[in-house]
Write a protein that binds this ligand. Sequence first.
Ligand code: SF4
Ligand code: SF4
Length: 440
Amino acid sequence: MFYSFFGGVNPAPHKENTRRKPIAQLEQPPRRVYLPLTSGRDQALLPAVKPGDTVQVGQPVAISRGLESTVHASVSGRVTAIEDCPHAKLGTVSAIVIENDGQDTPWSGRPEPLIPEQLTLELLLGRVREAGITGMGGSGFPTAEKLRQAAGRVDTLIVNAAECEPYVTADYRLLLERSDKILLTAHTLARALGAQRAVLVTEGDKLKAVEAVERRLRRSSGKVELRTVGTRYPLGAERQIVQTVTGREVPPGKLPVDVKCVVLNVATVFAIQEALFQGRALTHRAVTVSGGAVARPRNLWVPLGTPLKDLLDSVGGLREQADQVLLGGPMMGLPLDDLAAPVTKGTNALTCLTRSERRGAGERTVCVRCGKCVSACPMHLAPAFIHRALEQDQPRKLPVLHPQDCISCGCCSFVCPARIPLLEQVERAKALVSEGGEPT
Ligand code: SF4
Ligand code: SF4
């Protein structure tokens, strides 16, 4: 049975510059890494090291109060400071600075690898928590907590390899290069959670990855289902992927687990594999560096905490002036003004766009009431009405327009012929409603 989701758009994929490039090491390892003392949920972490300490790769260096989040050294070397550093989302944060000794010495306290047959739910949750794994598709939610909520309550585990953001191919390459490990882990996770099936979802245009997965599945007697779907943004959003796979709609304010599904990004599944079967904490991730302004677009395997500038140096810098630099892709990425900000667990891409590539470039006009933003919104919102309420300074009209349900996909801004920055306006409306706007 095939299902679809409402709305969405078809931006040009722009993936041709990196999709054939294997994930490569940085040409020069970072001299220093900066590990922010904050989890993906804006929660403060407590340092477990001090300046002068020596650390090894995978050693815990900061832990949250509830032990739900841990940060590990991504290089071996010496802690030189705990000081402020720029952060793409939060402005400035306190970070542990480690000077890299270039030895990549693994942590002597690293746990023993498990074998799949040994795995119990308790062991799974403990290992995922200790490895500091959080949602690597950008949510930053602690994965152990997500799995705990899902245990015994879901019938379907969805591995999200849709990667519908233009330019970004890091997940595609990871799936292509590590499909055996990802499939084994998906099957093991489904069993541990009590789910009846594991479904790996990717877009049909990712042919090489589809072939690699099909080959593996033939050998492993098909314990994971492969679902290839037509390219449509934002298929990779949790609610939209659940609906596409199962036909179940996640109601506003609810989670996939409320309709018996759990969704894990493919990079998160790979990180779980490393934690369970290699004894490795989350210290590295794949990042796509692309965009028309980049000299040699590539996929890189990057120690967390590496300054974004070092990534740019590894791709030969810029070949022309970038009109916009984004952390992430052009639909959901955050504009960056300081490349000293470090790679974090949720960083999947650095995208440097030329003027002609930049979305929304050109003169802004007034709303022409075309309704395109309403047709494109996968959450059934009316961004034009939200825009109007803000323009007319009538915040009391906002709550009934439900900006809180927005998933920040950017489809409305993408289709708007008047080039109104609708996503930013909906975000502003969200903040106003949180501060206490009332229905008229
Ligand atoms: S209002 Fe939010 S959910 Fe709807 S299209 Fe715009 S960004 Fe996406
Ligand atoms: S897409 Fe832009 S111009 Fe069209 S209705 Fe929405 S806000 Fe107005």
